[in-house]
Write a protein that binds this ligand. Structure first.
Ligand code: ADP
Ligand code: MG
Length: 388
């Protein structure tokens, strides 16, 4: 990660004020894809890519946002901040300010510099890291605290209600609540969670297919619609099924014939993925990495064939990993239709694994991937929380 002191110096030079510094990480989901909005389970880990936020007070009544990544500034009047999105990066921090204001926090005049090394739009949740970094920074500036789970909800609302992206709770939750060397099993129904240690000899190798499919947004929306359709049909038989979290493989066996074939496949992915995620947490907890790897592989096949949210490149990346020394499990991670694969790899073999996977993928697709050896990291935190 970039040295926060560089961001501090740039912020100071631009705004002639010494800032507070905060960080909020991106994340990788080990297992549990498209289960969050079904009120099911997910098991992400925060990673050592993050958005850094430098924040300082102003005396001119303005809220000034600066994105180091884009070299771009936006300025607003603190007392009348925008309440609609414009399709610009500023939507993410503005959304957080709007939600915090709606919760009764007064947003003071401030300068906020953001810089991040979470790859944008690659399924590692740069957007949640921007939201959580912004929220943490603003709360730090005004001297308020909000517990991590509630902070995550507020940031999710910023993305749902202001930005207009229909995401679940996972990304913001892990960015706010992650812990170093741990994955986090989250019950998206009641936000109860369990930290699950990742053995120190296991590396998280994240391989970016470099593919971003334009269908991703539409694909996400249509998958959600299919899942809801299947759920509504199952609920006619068992009214206690409010979300697919409440449904079982036995329900599908009994009434699946009433569900249109495509929705049936989507639902089968969600229901079996939920079971796999709980089983994967148990396997990780007991150090049974072989079972964890098998569950990750089954999750990928389900995501690719039943949910049809993979793509040729991601399937290739997962297939190529299978025969490489050190692999414990591989699958496409994130919302789908491109992005990154997550590979759990024995740490002492991770470098060789990454090099071989990169070469094989390049040969197979003609695309040079970006491959990162990551570690499970802490969630949002202050780097320096007192003005000098
Ligand atoms: P991801 O999977 O990375 O979350 P999204 O499309 O949800 O992809 O969010 C990416 C968007 O988040 C970017 O287009 C940009 O608007 C915003 N964003 C991410 N990182 C930064 C950053 N460091 N500074 C400003 N905006 C950012
Ligand atoms: Mg996002």
């Amino acid at each position: 990660m970039k040295d926060p002191e560089i961001l501090r110096a740039q912020h100071r030079e631009r705004y002639h004020a010494d800032p507070l510094l905060f960080a909020a990480p991106g994340r990788v989901n080990l297992i549990g894809e498209h289960t969050d909005y079904a009120e099911g389970f997910v098991m992400p880990a925060a990673i050592d890519f993050a958005t850094l936020a430098a924040i300082s007070p102003r005396s001119d009544g303005q809220v000034v946002l600066y994105a180091e990544n884009f070299g771009e500034e936006r300025a607003y009047t603190a007392s009348s901040l925008p309440n609609t999105a414009t399709g610009h990066w500023s939507d993410y921090p503005l959304g957080v300010l709007a939600i915090l204001a709606g919760e009764g926090y007064t947003i003071p005049p401030l300068s906020l510099s953001l810089w991040g090394d979470v790859p944008l739009g690659s399924g590692l949740s740069s957007s949640a890291s921007v939201e959580v970094a912004t929220a943490t920074a603003v709360l730090g500036l005004i001297g308020a605290t909000i517990p991590g789970p509630r902070l995550a909800r507020l940031c999710q609302r910023a993305e749902n209600e202001f930005v207009g992206a229909n995401c679940g709770i996972m990304d913001q939750f892990i960015s706010a609540n992650g812990q170093a060397d741990h994955a986090l099993l989250l019950d998206c129904r009641d936000l109860s969670f369990q930290l699950v240690p990742i053995p120190t000899d296991v590396a998280l190798v994240i391989a970016n297919t470099m593919v971003k499919h334009s269908v991703a947004g539409a694909g996400y929306t249509s998958r959600r619609a299919s899942v809801e359709e299947a759920c509504a049909i199952l609920a006619t038989h068992r009214p206690e099924i409010k979300f697919l979290r409440d449904a079982t493989v036995a329900d599908l066996a009994a009434w699946g014939h009433e569900i249109p074939p495509e929705s049936l496949k989507r639902a089968r992915h969600v229901i079996t993925e939920n079971d796999r995620t709980v089983a994967a947490a148990a396997a990780l907890n007991s150090g049974d990495l072989k079972t964890l790897g098998r569950l990750m592989h089954e999750a990928h096949v389900s995501y690719s064939q039943d949910f049809e949210a993979s793509c040729v490149e991601a399937d290739t990346m997962v297939d190529l990993a299978q025969n490489l020394p050190g692999l414990l499990g591989a699958r496409l991670t994130g919302g789908g239709f491109g992005g990154c694969t997550i590979n759990l790899v024995e740490k002492d073999k991770a470098s060789a694994f990454a090099a071989s996977l990169g070469r094989l993928y390049q040969q197979a697709t003609g695309i040079t991937p970006e491959i990162h050896i990551c570690h499970a990291s802490d969630g949002a935190h202050a780097i320096s929380s007192r003005l000098a």
